[in-house]
Design a protein around this ligand. Structure first.
Ligand code: F6P
Length: 366
C-alpha cells in the first residue's frame, strides 16, 4: 500500500453538534501518523462538495493547534457544509440542472490527497460514494445525522445532542403547561424517522408521542388527554415528529426556492385537532434547528472522538468504501453501500416503543 501523507476531510449535509469534535479527532490522530513516518497532513475542504467545485478550490490545511481548546465544545462545523447542490444534478442559476461531478473530482485531485474522509448522513454519503467510485478516490465515511436513520450503525454524530435539546424542551414546557392548564405540543425534527420524538418523549415524560412509523387516530390522542384530566392532572405534553401526516395523509411541508421540500408545521395541525376533540387549550412549539446547534453532549463528543480516530486508522490500513459504525459497544466499519441503503426507522415493536406503551404513553394507535 502506498504511504498516506495527506488526507482531505469535508462535512456534508445538514450540520449538527459534534462535527468539530470529529475534525479534531481526525486532525489529532493524523498528526500521530502510522508510527513509521511523520505526521499526516489534513486538508479541510469548505462547504462540502461545493468547496471542490469552486476555483480555486476552497480548502486549507487544518493545523492541530486549532483543535486543542474550544472547538470540541462547539456546535456547527468550522468547515461549513451544505445539504443542497447534489453535484450530479446541480441547480444552475438559469434554472437548468448540470452534472458537475467531474469538476468535483478534478478539485479533489488538485489537492494532491491520498484519501478523503466525508462526514455525512445517508444522502450525502451516497453522493460522496458515487463521486469516489467515479473518480477512483479512496474514501471513508463517518456517520452524522440528528435523525439517526443510517443503517448498520447504532449511533450517528449529532443525534444524542438533538435528543438532549428536545428533552430539555419538554423540561421547559412542563412548568408553563402546568401553570396554565394547557396541552403543549412539541414538534421535533427527524425527517422520516421518529427516533428523536420517541427518545426525547420517553426521556422528557411526554403523555403522547406521534411518530411517522405508527399511524394515529386523533380519537386515541383525545382519549389519553381526557384520561389525564379525569385523573386530576391539568396539563399534558405531546411530542410530534415533523414527518407525521394529517389524518388525510398529507405531510406538512414547505417548498424551497432552490427546489425540494422541508418538513414543518404538523404540530399546529395536531394541536388544533386536540383542541377541537377535547376543548383543551393548546400551544405549539416547533423546536426546529435548535436541535442541530448548541454544545455537543458528552456522548456526541465521545462518538466524534472514537469515529474520527477510527476513520484515520481505516485509511492507514486501506479499508476504503466503508463507513465507521458503532455496534455492540464497539467501533467497527461496514460497507458504505450497506449503510446508505439501510434506512433505519423506529421499530414500532422495538424496546423503546414497548417501554413507552408500558409507561402508559399514547403512541396514537390505541
Ligand atoms: O436531516 C437533518 C434535518 O435536520 C432533518 O431532521 C430536517 O428535516 C432537515 O434536516 C432540515 O433541513 P434544513 O437544514 O435544510 O432546514
Amino acid at each position: 500500500m502506498s504511504k498516506i501523507r495527506r488526507i482531505g476531510i469535508l462535512t456534508s449535509g445538514g450540520d449538527c453538534a459534534g462535527l468539530n469534535g470529529v475534525l479534531r479527532a481526525v486532525v489529532q490522530r493524523a498528526a500521530r501518523g502510522d508510527g513509521t513516518s511523520g505526521p499526516i497532513e489534513v486538508i479541510g475542504i469548505r462547504q462540502g462538495t461545493a468547496g471542490l467545485m469552486t476555483r480555486p478550490v476552497e480548502a486549507a490545511l487544518l493545523d492541530p493547534a486549532m483543535f486543542t481548546g474550544t472547538l470540541l465544545r462547539t456546535g456547527g462545523t468550522v468547515l461549513g457544509t451544505t445539504n443542497r447542490g447534489n453535484p450530479f444534478d446541480y441547480p444552475m442559476p438559469d434554472g437548468t440542472r448540470l452534472d458537475r461531478s467531474a469538476e468535483v473530482i478534478e478539485g479533489y485531485r488538485s489537492l494532491g490527497l491520498d484519501a478523503l474522509i466525508g462526514v455525512g448522513g445517508d444522502g450525502s454519503l451516497a453522493i460522496l460514494r458515487r463521486l469516489a467510485q467515479q473518480g477512483g478516490i479512496p474514501f471513508v465515511g463517518i456517520p452524522k445525522t440528528i435523525d439517526n436513520d443510517l443503517g448498520h450503525t447504532e449511533v450517528s454524530i449529532g443525534y444524542d445532542s438533538a435528543v438532549s435539546v428536545a428533552t430539555d424542551g419538554l423540561d421547559h414546557l412542563q412548568p408553563t403547561a402546568a401553570s396554565h392548564s394547557r396541552v403543549m405540543v412539541l414538534e421535533v425534527m427527524g425527517r422520516d424517522a421518529g427516533h428523536i420524538a420517541l427518545n426525547a418523549g420517553v426521556a422528557g415524560g411526554a403523555d403522547v408521542i406521534l411518530i411517522p412509523e405508527i399511524s394515529y387516530a386523533i380519537e386515541n390522542v383525545a382519549a389519553k388527554i381526557e384520561a389525564i384530566k379525569a385523573e386530576g392532572r391539568n396539563f399534558a405534553l405531546v411530542v410530534v415528529a415533523e414527518a407525521v401526516k394529517t389524518e388525510d395523509g398529507a405531510p406538512a411541508t414547505q417548498s424551497q426556492s432552490g427546489g425540494g421540500q422541508t418538513y414543518g408545521g404538523i404540530g399546529y395541525y395536531i394541536a388544533q385537532r386536540i383542541s377541537e376533540a377535547t376543548g383543551a387549550e393548546t400551544r405549539v412549539t416547533v423546536l426546529g434547528h435548535l436541535q442541530r446547534g448548541g454544545m455537543p453532549s458528552a456522548r456526541d463528543r465521545l462518538m466524534a472522538s472514537i469515529f474520527g480516530v477510527h476513520a484515520v486508522e481505516m485509511i492507514l490500513r486501506g479499508a476504503f468504501d466503508r463507513m465507521v459504525a458503532w455496534s455492540g459497544r464497539n467501533v467497527v466499519d461496514v460497507p458504505l453501500a450497506d449503510a446508505v441503503a439501510g434506512f433505519q426507522a423506529v421499530d414500532p415493536n422495538g424496546p423503546l416503543a414497548r417501554t413507552a406503551r408500558g409507561l402508559g404513553i399514547c403512541l396514537g394507535d390505541d
